[in-house]
Structure formats: C-alpha cells, structure tokens
Design a protein around this ligand. Structure first.
Ligand code: SF4
Length: 324
C-alpha cells in the first residue's frame, strides 16, 4: 500500500498533476446514481446482511453508536457541518452536468442557491439550522470557500467522470454484502479506475486517518469484488484545508481488508446476539448526537430493540458531521 499526502501550499503546479483527463469508457455512459453490482436486484432469493463503510466505521469507533444508528435508528438533528457537506457534494455532483468548458468557479458558486433551495424543500427542518442571518451568511461563505478550494486542487474542465454518486455493491464469499456510495469514479482510457471522495472536514488528525483509509479500502474492495479489477488509485480530497491523500491499493492490501471486514461482521453479529453494545468514548463523542443517553456521559440508553427487518436500510450520512 502506498499513501501519499499533498498539501496545496507545498505543491505549486499541483493542479496540472492531479487533473489528468479520465474520459468515460465506451459502454460506461456518464450518469448519476447508478449501481455497479454483482448481486441481482429484486426479485430473487432472500438477500444476506449488508454493511456500508460508514456503519463499519461506526462499530469500529464505538459499538454503542453503531447500535443507536442501526438498531435503534435514533434520529440525529442536522448539524451545520453535516449539511454543509451535503450541499458541497451536491454542487460538485451537479457541476459535471455542464459541458467541460463551463465548469468554472463561478458556475459552481451559481449552483449553491438552487441546490440549497432543493435541499430545504426536501427537508423543511433545515430552515431552523441557523440562529440568525449572520450565522447563515458565515456558513454559506464557508461553502463558497470550500468550492473555491476545490478548484485549486483539480481542474474539472479536464475530467469526464464515468460515474457520480455511484452505488457499489458486492457480495463476499460469506454472503455478507458490501455496499456504499462513491462520490466520483473516473475511468482512464486504459480502463484504470480512480475513486474520488470529497471530504468537507479538514484532513484528519493521525488518529482519524485510519478510519478514512479504511473507508477507501472498503470501496476499493467492493469495486474489485464487483468488477474483478483493483482500482488504480483512491483519492481523498479535503476541501477544508486543501489537502489530498492518495492511496494505491493492491490485491494483498484488499485481501487483508476483506479479512478485517469479515471479522468485524462476526463481532457485530456477536454483539447483536449478546445485546452487548459498549460505549467507547473518544474524540468522536464531540460529534455524537447521543451523549444524553450514553452511559459514558451519565445517561441511560433505551432497552435494546428487537432486530429491524433490514439493518442495511439506514441512510448514509455525509461526511461533514465528523472529522472524517
Ligand atoms: S457519546 Fe461517545 S461513547 Fe457515547 S455513544 Fe456517542 S460516540 Fe459512543
């Protein structure tokens, strides 16, 4: 495995290095929200359990947090950071609807208002996100700064994504299904795949970097098992501070990831069976919406609910709510 970090200020001329064109392969028309999958959709026999990188990361970070999100399905109020992440992702997804020459910083900024309106229409509770107009203005200014920073990292006029907001899914030999959403998949003329993930927090402190890289390995493993090809490059783009982390996976690396995920799933099954969901306090608690009912903070959790029918139907949060 090779991991390389780049700081914008350390690498003059980076724009050209990271903006290699990646035209769409014939037969892989650009679209949005499509799924690369080896598992047939309905109808079919009952499908096995599934796991996403976000939920896997939750369990690794704090088993009780996993329980609250997956078993209890407790609502989490929208936070400005999380909603900002969703908005920035939406704008960057829509930006590639424009013809290449029109993907400019001004075009991205112009997408903010309509995308924000669309989000508020879909989730009226977002109207109460801010205490006052000043707070809203500061939040919007940060959205604009992140979009401007994106253009310092790569030139979208030179990129033709194969997919955006791509749902990937694959089934392991054990029957466990891996699934997740990839922000962008670029495919080079030779067929090499590059997974791109936008992060709207800063680049992670060292203790969180493992979680971010685990998420990327998870995506790479899923694509490998779904398509039979190891992605050439995984690229995390931190729009909070203009840093890029690039990771080149290989088969040995992904096999180790597969073993880790299988072991993790066994641990989740064991915790489910034993109804044993222990809190694991750490920096993640700063972003956790459930401190009031967490024993680590003097709270009392509700009784463990019976198993939901489909543990995989929990929506994926955007990345803005946590440091990774
Ligand atoms: S507050 Fe911390 S320890 Fe408690 S559930 Fe949340 S993340 Fe886990």
């Amino acid at each position: 495995m090779r991991v390389r970090r780049f700081h914008l200020e350390d690498t003059p001329g980076m724009d050209g290095q990271l903006s290699e064109p990646s035209p769409t392969l014939p037969g892989m028309a650009e679209d949005s929200g499509t799924a690369i999958a080896v598992v047939p959709e309905q109808p079919g026999p009952p499908r096995g359990p599934s796991l996403s990188p976000s939920r896997a990361g939750d369990f690794l970070t704090c088993p009780l947090l996993y329980r609250f999100r997956v078993l209890d399905r407790l609502p989490e109020p929208p936070s400005p950071a999380a909603v900002r992440g969703t908005l920035v992702h939406a704008v960057l997804e829509r930006l590639f609807d424009a013809v290449a020459g029109d993907r400019t910083p001004d075009a991205a900024r112009a997408l903010v208002a309509p995308e924000w309106d669309r989000m508020q229409a879909a989730e009226p509770e977002l109207a109460g996100l801010f205490d006052d107009d000043e707070q809203r203005a500061a939040w919007l200014a940060e959205v604009m700064r992140m979009l401007d920073r994106y253009f310092t990292l790569e030139d979208p006029r030179r990129i033709e994504p194969a997919h955006r907001e791509l749902c990937v899914e694959a089934e392991l030999a054990s029957g466990l299904r891996l699934r997740g959403y990839i922000d962008r998949l670029d495919v080079a003329p030779g067929g090499q795949m590059r997974i791109v993930d936008y992060k709207t927090g800063g680049a992670p402190p060292e203790e969180f970097e493992a979680r971010a890289l685990f998420q990327m390995r998870f995506y790479a493993l899923t694509l490998w098992r779904a398509q039979g090809q190891v992605p050439k490059l995984l690229q995390l783009m931190y729009l909070g501070n203009g840093e890029i982390v690039r990771y080149e996976p290989d088969e040995a690396d992904l096999l180790a990831t597969e073993r880790k995920i299988e072991a993790l799933w066994l641990a989740i099954e064991r915790a489910t069976l034993n109804r044993d969901w222990r809190p694991r306090p750490g920096r993640i608690c700063d972003w956790c919406a459930h401190q009031a009912i967490c024993p680590a903070f003097g709270g009392t959790p509700p009784p463990v609910p019976d198993l939901p029918a489909r543990r995989d139907e929990v929506p994926e949060p955007r990345d803005g709510a946590s440091p990774v």
